[in-house]
Each structure stands twice: as structure tokens, then as C-alpha cells.
Design a protein around this ligand. Structure first.
Ligand code: HSE
Length: 309
């Protein structure tokens, strides 16, 4: 195989109660990446469309991740990465994770798949780290493994794929502002009071349990964020009003998608998810704020191959 074309999907990290550890994979939104073998060793960024991304291999998330893989797996040939970037950087739906995961997934396939997708997370993390200033795999894990994932440890990369209650549908609204993860992390406090930590780990444990038992009511009760959202809410126009609009329209839960500015909601069934989306969009229409709205079943497969030569 000399060339592979893949779909690298977006993802929602944190899911309210699991800052830096929980995430799920989106279905309809994602990047198209083409990775081709080249005669010269090393990694280059070829054609980039859709967004303005760095083409310097040391600065592009995809090539940094690719180089991390090739450092451990030297090859006599090299790779060129072309990207149709559809996920806007700074949107909160895993733009950098899609690029980083896509690069290592594609190269791994061209090498005959010496690594499992779970093993690829650690290489992709090198790319993710330059984008956000911190190494966290909560977007990478669902992209590479599909469905819901839990990162037990971002240090040793102990990552678990979780079950997916089949009726869940995500609504994601992206107000057209860019919020860099590095900035929305900079405003967070390094410590949290014990009473808030107790609430948060109670909710996180219950959320995971709800996924295993298809308990939608428990899932709904668990989607709370006492630790991060209170700080980040101020960075997102009408965050609380939009979240409340989602909940009033029947969403099980709603919160900031990753580091924002996108806001996500989880609902039971597409019909409710659509109603929730309309209510969220109404808030932004009144503000005259441009936005995109997405509806997505949970993508249980994650990243996928479109074609190979
Ligand atoms: N867990 C990360 C954050 C996700 O919220 O900062 C965004 O990269």
C-alpha cells in the first residue's frame, strides 16, 4: 500500500463530569486526510485546504504526531500528509486530535499496522500536546477507539473503551468564535476544594456506571461540572442560557464541549436532539451570532479508512 485516505472524526471531551479523562466520538463531522509514501525519509505537510494550518512539520500537529511514531519505528521512506480540514481549530470539537490521530493511524496502516489503535494514542499525544500545551488524551482516545472512552491515566496512558447506550444522540452548537485550548486552560485554578472534588468524582463514577447499564436517568443526573465550567462559562457567549435551553427542551445533559466554545448536549433519540438544537440555536439567533449546528449519533467505530492504493 502506498497511499491511504481516511476520515478523522471530531470528538467531545470532558462530557461535563470528566475533565481531561472522558470523551466520545462524533459521526458526521471530521477531516479527510490523505497520507502517501515518499522516497525521501521524514514527514512533510502537502496540500492543506479548508483552514490555514502551519506547513512546517515541526509546527503542524499531524506531522509532530507522525514524527513521534517514526522516531520509534524508523523507515527508509517518508510520508506526505494532505489535509482537507473541516473541523475548525479552536472550536472545541477535537480539531487537533483529529489531525494527530489521523496522521498516526494512516502511517500505521501504511506500515502494515505494527501498533494497535490504543498504542497509537501515545504518538498522537505528542501532536495534541503542542496544540494545547498539555498532554491529555481525552479527545484522541474516542477518535482512535470509537464510542465513549475513559483515560484512567494521562501519564501512563491507560485508556478504556466504554459501552454506548444506543439511543444517545449528541447536539453540538459552535458559535463562530475561536477559543484556543491553551487559553481556556490558562484560566483554570490548579487546585479544587475537597467538597467540589467529592461531587465531581461521584458524578464521574455514576456516569460510567450509567453507560454500562443504559441508565439514561442516572446519566442525566451525572452530567454536572462543578470544577471547570464555572471558570470557562465566561468565555462563551450566553453559555448558561444555551445550556438551560437544551435542558428545557429535553436534553439529558449539556455542557461545554472540550475547552469550548462549542456547547454539546446529549439526548435520547434524534427527534429530541433536533428540538434541543433548535432551542440552542434560538439563543444565538437572538444575539445575531453566527453558529453551526451538528447532530450526531455516537460514532462507535471512530477513525475510518475511505480508500487505499
Ligand atoms: N480536556 C481538554 C480541556 C479538552 O478541556 O482542556 C480540550 O483539548
Amino acid at each position: 500500500m502506498n497511499q491511504i485516505e481516511i476520515f478523522a472524526p471530531g470528538s467531545v471531551a470532558n462530557i461535563s463530569c470528566g475533565f481531561d479523562v472522558l470523551g466520545f466520538c462524533l459521526d458526521p463531522i471530521g477531516d479527510i486526510m490523505r497520507i502517501s509514501k515518499t522516497k525521501t525519509p521524514g514527514v512533510s505537510i502537502g496540500k492543506v485546504t479548508g483552514q490555514d494550518l502551519p506547513t512546517d512539520p515541526e509546527k503542524n500537529v499531524a506531522s509532530v504526531a507522525a514524527m513521534a511514531l517514526l522516531k520509534e519505528t524508523p523507515t527508509e521512506f517518508g510520508f506526505q500528509i494532505d489535509i482537507e480540514k473541516k473541523i475548525k481549530p479552536g472550536s472545541g470539537i477535537g480539531s487537533s486530535a483529529a489531525s494527530a490521530a489521523g496522521a498516526v493511524f494512516g502511517i500505521n496502516q501504511l506500515l502494515g499496522a505494527p501498533y494497535t489503535n490504543n498504542e497509537l494514542i501515545r504518538f498522537a499525544l505528542a501532536g495534541e500536546a503542542i496544540a494545547s500545551g498539555a498532554a491529555h488524551a481525552d479527545n484522541l482516545a474516542p477518535v482512535l477507539l470509537g464510542g465513549f472512552t475513559l483515560v484512567r491515566s494521562n501519564k501512563t496512558l491507560d485508556v478504556i473503551k466504554l459501552p454506548n447506550p444506543s439511543e444517545l444522540v449528541a447536539t453540538v452548537i459552535h458559535p463562530n468564535i475561536e477559543l484556543k485550548t491553551i487559553h481556556s486552560r490558562a484560566i483554570l485554578k490548579p487546585t479544587i476544594p475537597l467538597n467540589k472534588a467529592i461531587e465531581q468524582w461521584g458524578n464521574l463514577g455514576a456516569f460510567v456506571s450509567a453507560l454500562y447499564t443504559d441508565d439514561y436517568d442516572l446519566l442525566s443526573r451525572s452530567m454536572k461540572d462543578k470544577v471547570i465550567e464555572p471558570y470557562r462559562a465566561m468565555l462563551i457567549p450566553k453559555f448558561e442560557q444555551t445550556r438551560q435551553a437544551a435542558l428545557k427542551s429535553g436534553a439529558l445533559g449539556s455542557g461545554i464541549s472540550g475547552s469550548g466554545p462549542s456547547i454539546f448536549a446529549l439526548s435520547r433519540g434524534m427527534q429530541t436532539a433536533k428540538k434541543v438544537g433548535e432551542a440552542m440555536a434560538d439563543v444565538y439567533k437572538k444575539l445575531d451570532l453566527k453558529h453551526q449546528l451538528y447532530f450526531s449519533k455516537i460514532n462507535t467505530q471512530g477513525i475510518k479508512i475511505l480508500s487505499q492504493l
